[in-house]
Design a protein around this ligand. Structure first.
Ligand code: G3I
Length: 365
C-alpha cells in the first residue's frame, strides 16, 4: 500500500522529499517531471542508496544549500531507499575543532532520510583523509582522542544510523598498511576502532570500506586477513564495502564476481558502497554519445547482476551510487577529464545507465 501511495504522489507531482526547516533554495517551481514507471527503490527489497552532498562548501550539489536543492531532494527521495553523506560526516566537517562538533548538516541529512523512509549508512569514522587540522597535528593522548571522536559521533546517531564504514581505505593497492596519522600514533588502531563503535552502538553493522579490492587480489587478501585476525580475537566486523569506482573497461566482471565470492565464502556481508562507472577514462570523448551510453547501460547491468548472482540475499548490504547526477560527480574534478559516471544526467533525467541497473534488479530478485 505504501508503494502505491508513493506512486500516486509521484504521478500527481506531490513533493515527498520533505525536510523540515532551513531550505534555502527557491527551486520548487521548476521541479522536474518524475517518471511514473517504478522507481529503483521499488524494484528490490535491498537498500538502493545514493551519496548526497549537504554542506554549504559543496554548494553546487548540496541538497540543503544548492540553487537546485529541492530537485536534488526530490530525485533522491523518489528513486533511492538509502543515503550516505558524501562528505559531512567525515571528521573534517563533523568535528572541526577538538571541542566542537558540527551536527547541523549531518542532522539535516538524517532528518531528510527519516522523513522519506530511507535508511542511513554512516561514512566514515577513521580515514587517512578529510581530517581537520587539529586532528592531524594532535599532541595529546591519541587513543583517548580516537575514542572521543568515535563514541561521540556513533552515540549521536545510534538511533538513526544502522551501519557504519568504521575504517576506510587502510590498505594500499599492494596490500601493505597505508601510513596515516592513525597508524603512526595508535597501535592496532583498526581493531580498536571496531571495538569502540560496537561499544557505542551494539546494534550497528560494522563495515570495512575500500577501493580496488574488486580488482587487486593482494589488496583483498590484506582485508580478509584482517577479518580472520579480528575473528580470532573476537573483534566485531560484519561486512566489506566495495567502493567500485570503476570504468567502462576495468576491472572485468569475472574479477568482480571472484572478489565478492571470497567475502561470501567467509560469511561477510557485502555492500557496493560507492558505485560509479567512468566512460571516458582515456579522455577520448567530449560528450556521452548514444553508443557510450548504451555501453554504460550494459556495464551497470552486468556489475549489478554480478552482485545479485554472487551475494546471497542475507549477505547483501545493498548498493549505493556515489552521487546523484553526472553534474555532481566527484570524478571530472578529480581526474580533470569530462565524464558521465552516474545514473542521472545533469537535467535529472534517467540515463540508459539507470535502465541497466533497473534491468538487473528486476531480472535477479
Ligand atoms: O573544504 C573545502 C571547502 O572549504 C571549499 O570551499 C571547497 C571548494 O571546492 O572545497 C572543499 O572541500 C572539498 C570537498 O570535497 C567538498 O567539495 C575537498 O577539497 C575535496 O577534497 C572533497 O572531496 C571529496 C573526497 O571524498 C575527499 O573527502 C569528494 O567530494 C568525495 O566524493 C570523495 O569521496 C570519497 C569517499 O569519501 C571515499 N572513497 C573515495 C571517494 C571518492 O574520492
Amino acid at each position: 500500500m505504501q508503494k502505491f501511495i508513493r506512486h500516486l504522489a509521484i504521478v500527481a507531482g506531490i513533493g515527498l522529499a520533505a525536510c523540515g526547516g532551513g531550505q534555502s533554495d527557491q527551486s520548487a517551481a521548476t521541479t522536474p517531471t518524475i517518471p511514473s514507471s517504478p522507481m529503483l527503490r521499488d524494484q528490490t527489497t535491498i537498500p538502493i542508496g545514493v551519496a548526497l552532498a549537504v554542506g554549504s562548501f559543496e554548494q553546487a550539489s548540496s541538497i540543503r544549500y544548492s540553487p537546485q536543492a529541492s530537485q536534488l531532494r526530490n530525485l533522491a527521495a523518489h528513486e533511492f531507499s538509502s543515503v550516505v553523506a558524501e562528505n559531512v560526516m567525515k571528521p573534517e566537517f563533523i568535528h572541526p575543532q577538538e571541542d566542537q562538533y558540527n551536527w547541523s548538516d549531518a542532522d539535516y541529512l538524517v532528518k531528510f532520510a527519516k522523513d522519506n523512509g530511507m535508511r542511513i549508512h554512516g561514512h566514515t569514522l577513521v580515514w587517512y583523509n578529510a581530517l581537520p587540522s587539529w586532528m592531524s597535528n594532535y599532541t595529546g593522548d591519541w587513543d583517548a582522542m580516537l575514542a572521543d571522536h568515535i563514541t561521540t559521533v556513533v552515540s549521536h546517531y545510534s538511533s538513526d544510523i544502522n551501519s557504519w564504514d568504521v575504517v576506510n581505505e587502510a590498505f594500499l593497492d599492494d596490500g601493505s598498511a597505508r601510513p596515516s596519522i592513525w597508524s603512526t600514533h595508535i597501535s592496532d588502531y583498526i581493531a580498536k576502532a571496531y571495538v569502540l563503535v560496537h561499544a557505542a552502538d551494539p546494534d550497528a553493522e560494522l563495515y570495512y570500506n575500500d577501493y580496488n579490492i574488486e580488482a587487486m587480489p593482494k589488496k583483498l587478501d590484506a582485508v580478509l586477513n584482517m577479518v580472520t585476525n579480528f575473528r580470532n580475537r573476537d573483534i566485531p566486523i560484519d561486512g566489506i564495502g566495495f567502493q567500485l569506482h570503476i570504468d567502462r573497461y576495468w576491472p572485468s566482471v569475472t574479477d568482480i564476481r571472484q572478489a565478492f565470492s571470497r567475502c561470501v565464502a567467509m560469511g561477510l556481508k557485502v555492500r557496493i558502497s560507492e558505485l560509479d562507472i567512468r566512460m571516458n577514462p582515456n579522455n577520448t570523448a567530449t560528450t556521452l554519445t548514444p553508443e557510450l551510453a548504451e555501453l554504460q547501460r550494459q556495464r551497470y547491468r552486468d556489475v549489478i547482476t554480478a552482485y545479485l548472482e554472487t551475494v546471497p540475499y542475507d549477505l547483501r548490504g545493498g548498493i549505493t551510487v556515489w552521487g546523484l547526477t553526472d553534474a555532481t560527480s566527484w570524478t571530472p574534478g578529480y581526474y580533470h577529464i569530462p565524464d558521465w559516471p552516474l545514473l542521472f544526467d545533469a537535467n535529472f533525467q534517467r540515463k540508459p545507465a539507470w535502465t541497466g541497473m533497473s534491468e538487473a534488479l528486476i531480472a535477479t530478485p
